[in-house]
Design a protein around this ligand. Structure first.
Ligand SMILES: Cc1cc2nc3c(=O)[nH]c(=O)nc-3n(C[C@H](O)[C@H](O)[C@H](O)COP(=O)(O)OP(=O)(O)OC[C@H]3O[C@@H](n4cnc5c(N)ncnc54)[C@H](O)[C@@H]3O)c2cc1C
Length: 385
């Protein structure tokens, strides 16, 4: 076991840290206030390889390992969870799904354009009546005259309003539940009967796009199917294995941002003639933040290690996602407490991190669902089918 980063991983960290400090942090507050989706930041991330870190170079990616992917995602999360969410969807849900399940033709067609930021992707699983019970998807896909006809509504889909391509999980067989689902790649500007409607006034992630997707007799080519008929649920779960990893890494970044801000504040803010950081109760808060963050980071690295070996990572990923997303709740709360009234204002970044962190225990599977996955592995008993 080696706890040291490699030379390559250290260089990645240095490079992405500089980018986040110079390009993401200075505009994060304004983008949040204006609910501005920062496409211009994504354009600058692409040449650095940040939009396709774990995708092999032959498909336009940077060919890095999962520890580097975690480092990149953590650093972006340190700057802004909205950008990090966009990144997580692009790389972990869309690119890796196409890389792992696509035909050679699909990989060559989409991956270089996704890695270069030329196109943006989204992943549509959730529906009004299919949240945690993801296999309950009712959006239908029926094969008619050589085309798949999509009908139905997806909701709460990150990037959907700005995405050029969408991976959509739809029901192709009503007589089956999990095995009745299939994944499709929908190219927005090539189809009719596909609309999106942005979801406004979110608590956080205000610079990230979240939208509904509405399909009304939307015809897509037969070859738009991804990974085989009846494999949609399997694909969705494999996407979430990567998406949850990315969320966990992003949460570590949020926690680190809170530690950095709180340490500066606790050193500078004087009460009772002393920096507040010299009071033991404030030191207790700093220590708790550091322990939560360090433990979350190590769990993310452990999941990355399993992914690097190409082994199934559902169990370790769920542990990392559960712990890191819950840690982000505690750490953002403590950071706001350390900042007192100033933490309650958007003059400091803590207020944004506090709001942005809240979704992490909900999306890509709630904390309750992560615990059921973890317990299922240990008990050998399923809470649901
Ligand atoms: C900002 C944002 C972005 C999102 N992006 C995407 C995206 O890109 N793609 C996508 O497909 N989806 C996306 N989602 C949807 C997200 O994945 C779902 O919200 C999530 O899976 C939970 O589903 P739900 O909200 O319907 O809650 P529900 O499933 O209705 O759950 C409500 C509550 O009941 C609990 N619960 C449910 N079932 C059980 C059970 N069996 N045991 C114990 N407790 C249970 C849950 O843990 C939760 O506390 C996004 C959501 C948000 C808020």
């Amino acid at each position: 076991m080696d706890f040291e980063l490699t030379q390559e991983q250290r260089l990645v960290k240095e490079m992405v840290k500089k980018f986040v400090d110079e390009e993401i942090i200075p505009v994060a507050r304004e983008n949040d206030m204006k609910c501005h989706f920062p496409r211009e930041i994504l354009k600058k991330m692409a040449p650095l390889g940040l939009l396709g870190a774990v995708i092999p170079e032959e498909y336009g990616g940077a060919g890095l390992d999962f520890i580097s992917h975690a480092i990149i995602t953590e650093e972006v999360g340190r700057g802004c969870s909205s950008v990090r969410t966009t990144l997580s969807v692009q790389v972990s849900l869309v690119e890796l799904l196409i890389f792992n399940w696509g035909t050679e033709e699909q990989k060559r067609k989409y991956l270089p354009r996704l890695c270069s930021g030329e196109i943006i992707g989204c992943f549509g699983l959730t529906e009004p009546n299919a949240g945690s019970d993801a296999a309950n998807v009712s959006t239908s896909a029926v094969l008619k005259g050589g085309k798949w006809i999509l009908n139905g509504t997806k909701t709460w889909i990150s990037n959907a309003g700005v995405a050029d391509i969408a991976i959509v999980i739809a029901r192709t067989d009503k007589t089956k539940k999990h095995e009745g689902l299939t994944a499709f790649i929908v190219e927005r500007d090539k189809v009719q009967g596909y609309q999106t409607r942005d979801i406004e006034n979110k608590l956080g992630l205000r610079a990230s796009n979240t939208a509904e997707m509405i399909f009304q007799d939307c015809a897509i080519p037969e070859e738009a199917m991804l990974g085989g008929v009846g494999n949609g649920f399997k694909l969705a779960m494999s996407a979430l294995d990567n998406g949850r990893f990315s969320v966990a890494a992003g949460c570590v970044g949020t926690c680190q941002a809170c530690i950095d801000a709180s340490v500066s504040y606790a050193r500078a803010r004087v009460q009772f003639d002393k920096p507040i950081g010299s009071f033991q109760l404030v030191q207790d808060m700093i220590a708790r933040m550091v322990v939560e963050t360090e433990a979350a980071r190590l769990l993310v690295y452990k999941a990355a290690h399993v992914k690097n070996k190409g082994e199934k990572s559902t169990f370790v990923t769920s542990i990392a996602k559960y712990f890191a997303s819950e840690a982000a709740q505690k750490v953002t709360y403590i950071a706001l407490q350390i900042h007192g009234a100033y933490g309650y204002s958007n003059e400091f970044p803590i207020e944004r991190h506090y709001r942005d962190a809240r979704v992490a225990t909900i999306y890509e599977g709630t904390s309750e669902i992560q615990k059921l996955i973890i317990a299922r592995e240990i008990l050998g008993l399923k809470a649901f089918a």
